[in-house]
Write a protein that binds this ligand. Structure first.
Ligand code: TPP
Ligand code: MG
Length: 733
């Protein structure tokens, strides 16, 4: 036996310990009888443990032969089979990557061919039912298990959101994706517990419970005492969380199926009946290192490794089976071997199944499938009268961007009864800029509410709501603060469709007050103008209006995209234009707009021409439109230069096809981009023109400097100005 290959050692230990009746000392006194586990139940759980173990051993063999691509296993954690048995297959489970036995046990509830699922997943076959070969994940639609990414702890915020969403859907009289009495399960490791995302989610859960809201969630910390190579002290988790208010702490020994069953049953009652949050602390061990590539002897003593290997949950279960005389030693070994054989047989089949074959095939799941449904009917006059009250008669008066957005949001919330709007200060205060003023009064505290101050929770809530069939409209207060939660958007929300073949989706319309040019307010963090970090996320849609009319029409299109196409949409509102009245001179009211008829909506993929002129085209968006319109007038009147001003409207994906048409008659193009030069849209537009336009027009671009925005009026030195646009246009012409 190769003692460097700990998989071989662990495999060998089973035979050796059973034959010599040499078992680890029980860590828990709970008997199967105490937790009402009969022989049949117990052997069924044991079988799931064995299948999971053999899948781990198989993964190592496949990796050696370059036929398998993932070796992070569940060995040592197989006690989680007992958790799966206690809960229902409709209890949505956001799982840790050591959940093999859980997955197998839950599969049995629904007669799912777990071996097929798991072997296809190990060999990255395109036939893998959940990710189609895109990742080795635990996920399944019939088992209500959305697949999770590798980013530890990042699934906790959405699990909290989903638990919140169960009651939310019920109180909004909406059919959720899960039954009303469901609970949510969310498992993670002991090291992951320390992650700020985990701490944020646990805090958010307690905050929600403290607000007297039901939160049927069981956090499951599978504590194997180590995170890759860094130990977790045995008292750490308990000391940190056992006495936290608004969270029931229950501990159990993960090596004992009986003890896990006892604790999970208690957790289930608290979560399902009392609708309260539970923290289930499962003490366990990790066998076979962190992954196949991890050599434990680099950071652990040989003694420690050997001792842990003998503390194997499978040996603990075997001892209980022999003590109860449910099987003989020979029968145990027989079952171990037939399970191994069955697992290997299935793998032989799986390696012959098709792999992903082309870039097109791989990319086909980035964008979720379009749903075959209609948009809900537009609100009628009576509904609008009730919602707007006295304001209803004055809706047609010209208004600024802020007021128009408020009206548009009201109409959309009337139209889409499954929408929920939330964020920091959006409720009673109506947002920092009053964009959401009166919405809570119009729609009630269930549909419009303040969250706690945590952007990860806001996006987690959005994803959780979407997982239960609601249509979230979260707000992040300023663009600069999206960074605090960007993993939730780029690592989680945007990847869900990709890693689940569009079977799980989390549509949302995220509103973000954005960009610079506020006079006398804020400095950098309230005037952040850089958003390259959002634009390169595959599948995400980014829209930006420039005035009230475009905002209303664009917002309608964005919500429709979220509803019908299940897209993750970011709507960036230029803060500096919220209150703007005038366009060319003081008192002209040239920037106020009439509210567009409800039926009017921007087309996805289309830019719009704000003016038409033959001498040059100015491509811009947001504040750039405002400045370019001013420049256009001055160019015309002072220099006889006629400019077409094109408002992109869609910042990702860019409406390039439409731009080709709009630029056809233009020999000169100026890009006005308020984003920082590096990572700005201007880079993409320049490249695209060089690659596709013939003849190539004369091109110039005006962007912000690669600098942060200073306080006071000093921003004028780093952002594009109307004067610079005129200068650039003249030099082009
Ligand atoms: C955010 C993030 N940082 C780092 C990693 C790399 N990483 C993967 S697993 C892991 C340790 C996790 O330990 P623990 O939570 O105890 O789970 P265990 O593997 O022990 O079950 C680390 C650091 C990651 N996946 N995600
Ligand atoms: Mg650990």
């Amino acid at each position: 036996m190769d003692t460097l290959d700990r998989a071989q050692v662990v495999d060998h230990n089973f035979y050796h310990c059973i034959r010599n009746q040499n078992f680890p000392i029980p860590k828990s006194q709970t008997t199967p009888h105490d937790s009402e586990l009969n022989k049949k139940d117990y052997l069924d759980l044991f079988h799931s443990q064995l299948v999971s173990r053999h899948l781990d051993l198989l993964a190592r063999v496949l990796k050696e032969k370059n036929q398998g691509f993932y070796t992070i296993g569940s060995s040592g954690h197989e006690g989680n089979a007992a958790i799966a048995r206690v809960f229902r297959a409709t209890d949505m489970a956001f799982l840790h990557y050591r959940s093999g036995a859980f997955f197998i046990q839950r599969s049995k509830q629904k007669n799912i061919d777990y071996l097929q699922d798991q072997t296809l997943s190990l060999v990255a076959s395109a036939s893998d039912p959940i990710s189609g070969g895109r990742h080795k994940v635990f996920g399944s639609v019939p088992l209500t298990i959305p697949p999770q990414t590798s980013t530890i702890a990042s699934h906790l915020p959405k699990a909290v959101g989903m638990a919140f969403a169960i009651t939310q859907a019920k109180s909004m009289k909406k059919m959720g994706h899960v039954p009303e009495n469901s609970v949510v399960l969310c498992s993670f490791g002991d090291a992951s517990f320390n992650h700020s995302t985990a701490q944020g989610a646990l805090n958010a859960a307690r905050w929600i419970v403290q607000n007297q809201l039901p939160l049927p969630i069981v956090f499951i910390c599978e504590d194997n005492g180590i995170g890759i190579s860094v130990p977790t002290a045995s008292h750490w988790i308990e000391q940190a969380i056992a006495h936290a208010p608004h969270l029931h702490y229950i501990a159990c020994d993960g090596r004992s199926l009986a003890d896990v069953t006892r604790a999970a049953s208690l957790a289930e009652k608290i979560a399902r009946v009392q609708r309260k949050a539970v923290f289930l602390h499962v003490r366990t061990v990790r066998l076979l290192g962190h992954a196949g590539s991890d050599i434990e002897s680099q950071y652990l003593d040989q003694m420690q490794i050997t001792q842990t290997e003998l503390d194997d949950p499978i040996l603990h279960s075997s001892r209980v089976i022999l003590e109860n005389q449910w099987m003989t030693a020979e029968e145990l070994i027989g079952l171990y071997e037939t399970t191994k054989h069955t697992v290997h047989k299935k793998a032989e089949w799986a390696i012959k199944q098709p792999k992903l074959q082309s870039s097109t095939e791989i990319q086909s799941t980035i964008i979720p499938p379009k749903r075959k449904i209609q948009s809900p009917a537009l609100p009628n006059e009576e509904q609008r009268r009730r919602a707007f009250g006295k304001q209803a008669t004055t809706l047609q008066q010209p208004r600024n961007l802020c007021q128009t957005l408020n009206i548009a949001l009201t109409d959309l919330m009337l139209q889409y009864s499954q929408t929920v709007l939330f964020g920091e200060d959006v409720g009673k205060k109506g947002g920092v800029y009053r964009v959401t003023a009166d919405l809570q009064m119009r729609f009630g505290k269930k549909r419009v509410f303040d969250t706690l101050l945590d952007e990860q929770t806001i996006l987690g809530t959005a994803m959780g709501f979407a997982h239960n069939g609601l249509l979230p409209i979260p707000e992040i207060q300023f663009l600069a603060y999206v960074h605090n939660a960007v993993d939730q958007l780029r690592g989680e929300a945007a990847t869900l469709s990709f890693f689940s073949k569009g079977q799980f989706t989390n549509p949302m319309l995220l509103r973000v007050p954005s960009f610079a040019y506020q006079r006398g307010f804020g400095g950098h963090f309230h005037n952040d103008n850089a958003f390259g970090f959002l634009r390169e996320i595959p599948g995400i849609v980014i829209a930006c209006p420039y005035n009230g009319e475009s905002a209303a029409k664009l917002l309608r299109a964005c919500l429709q995209l979220a509803h019908l196409e299940q897209r993750v949409v970011v709507f960036m509102e230029p803060i500096a234009r919220y209150m703007t009245k005038d366009l060319h001179q003081a008192g002209d009211n040239g920037f106020l707009c009439h509210y567009p008829p409800l039926s009017e909506m921007t087309r996805f993929d289309e830019a719009q021409c704000l003016t038409v002129g033959k001498d040059l085209a100015i491509i811009t968006y947001g504040n750039g439109c405002y400045l370019s319109l001013q420049a256009q007038r001055r160019l015309q009147e002072d220099h006889h230069v006629e400019a077409t001003v094109i408002d992109l409207q869609w910042l990702a994906p860019l409406p390039l096809q439409h731009l080709t048409t709009l630029l056809k008659s233009h020999r000169r193009v100026l890009i006005v981009d308020e984003c920082r030069k590096t990572g700005s849209i201007s880079e993409q537009l320049m490249t695209w023109m060089l690659e596709t336009l013939t003849p190539l027009p004369k091109i110039k671009r005006r962007t912000a400097e690669d600098c942060f925005i200073p306080l006071g009026n000093a921003w004028e030195y780093v952002l594009p100005s109307m004067e610079q646009i005129i200068e650039d246009a003249l030099s082009l012409c």
